[in-house]
Design a protein. Sequence first.
Length: 510
Amino acid sequence: MSESAGTGPHRSDPSSPTPGGVLGQGRYRLLAEFGRDDRCGALLWRGRDLMLERDVALTLFIAAPQRPAEVTLIRTAVARALRSARLDTPGAARMLDVLEPVPGDGPTVAVIVAEWTPGCALVDLLDSGPLPPSVAAGVLVPLAGAVDAAHSAGLVLGCDHPDRIRVSTDRQARLAFPGPPASSGSRDDIRGLGAMLYLLLTGCWPLPDGPSGLPPAPLGTDRLPISPTTLRPEVPVELSTLALRCIAGPGTGGGVHTGSAVRQVLELNAVTADEDFFSVGDGGGRVRRPIDPRRAQQLRRMKLGASMTVLGVATLSILGYAGMQVVSVFTDTGGAPLVIAGSPPAAPNNAGGKPAVLPASATPVQVKTLSVYDPSGLGSPDHQKDVGKLLDGNPRTGWSTDSYFQQFPIYKKGLGVMLSFQMPIAAASVTVVSPSPGTVLEIRTATSPNARLEQTTLVGTATLRAGSTQIPLRAGPPTRYLLVWITTLSGTKDHHQSQLTELNVQQRAT
């Protein structure tokens, strides 16, 4: 790594760099400024490595003379950059060199040198207006992957400012100018991902301290950014919710905490095979291409099938890798899904449907607690305040899922309610009262209320009819935990939702 920010014979004034100036003992020539991050006094330049004859990205940190606090911040940024040099991911430009600050009478300057990213600036994609939602999601997938890789290595990426992001010629967003502010943390990376998504979906910037040329996001009565779906009805609720929950501050009860969860949602909503919408030219911006309607329809079918397959495989691998971190990504405090104490148990209620006939050897069993079970990490627990109503004996009240724009497993593999008992039971059947015909349920045993889905055991399944449905269960070892798992929601088109009003468990007589 070099030790000087510029000591050669053609050294430019570092307090006001201009094209043609050189840094690093004459090795790096300044070509053009591509942006700035005023939060930390960083200037973002394209430069030329005169030794290796290649373009590079230069992040210049400049501190005014006689301001030791600013110099300390620069040294902290450089130290973080040095730790990030080992990061190797497609979503972040590889660091090549660091010109550390040296004391002197003039301004203190440090430079982080990274490989140049051909293509265009992220904001240039908005020249023709906000992107189609699936294209926006696809552009950001590698950036979310870079955040996940950085956080797994204990690093901060620094992707919360749009001028630091460029889009490669193959339409992949990339952190082009590394070197996060000294005050940035991993939470800022997640907020940055949400802000980039919000920007591409709406054309507005939802965080403070953004570039002056970008319009700020309109705010609602709660002083929070209005949802992208409200601004553009064609935006899927999944992407809109993801953007808002990424940028949500602490204490809001619904923030995203991991890059892997962001990447999952983006991948499921991304254009993966359709190369017809636009290309990124070397001169910047996007170029529209004519779309063949028949090819577009075929590609949509391909993406739908691919999404279902990928989710089934990727969810298991990600859950196995991330464990409970993925379960808690949409809560501020982390931990397991919220467990809600149930009301006193009620006798089986079969109002509104055919009476359930219990096996002669089965007896009702008391449920101790309930919890909304959502291992995907793609949202706060659905209607968690209502889950206790499943035990209140009143078929007119109950718990429901959120309304989903896409059927399971496109957005989530499923959703459920975890039941726990005072002591292990040998469950014989589960009776479900529901006004949502067509809902497909699985009943699974679990070893703990926080068990991963692949660690549970399927013991029964049924498609619900309106009213009461009794689901017989295969005999197995006694268990303290029983999962009522929804694999298919009721509803059609863009409104998929299921409601359960009563749950009753019968155990085999001993």
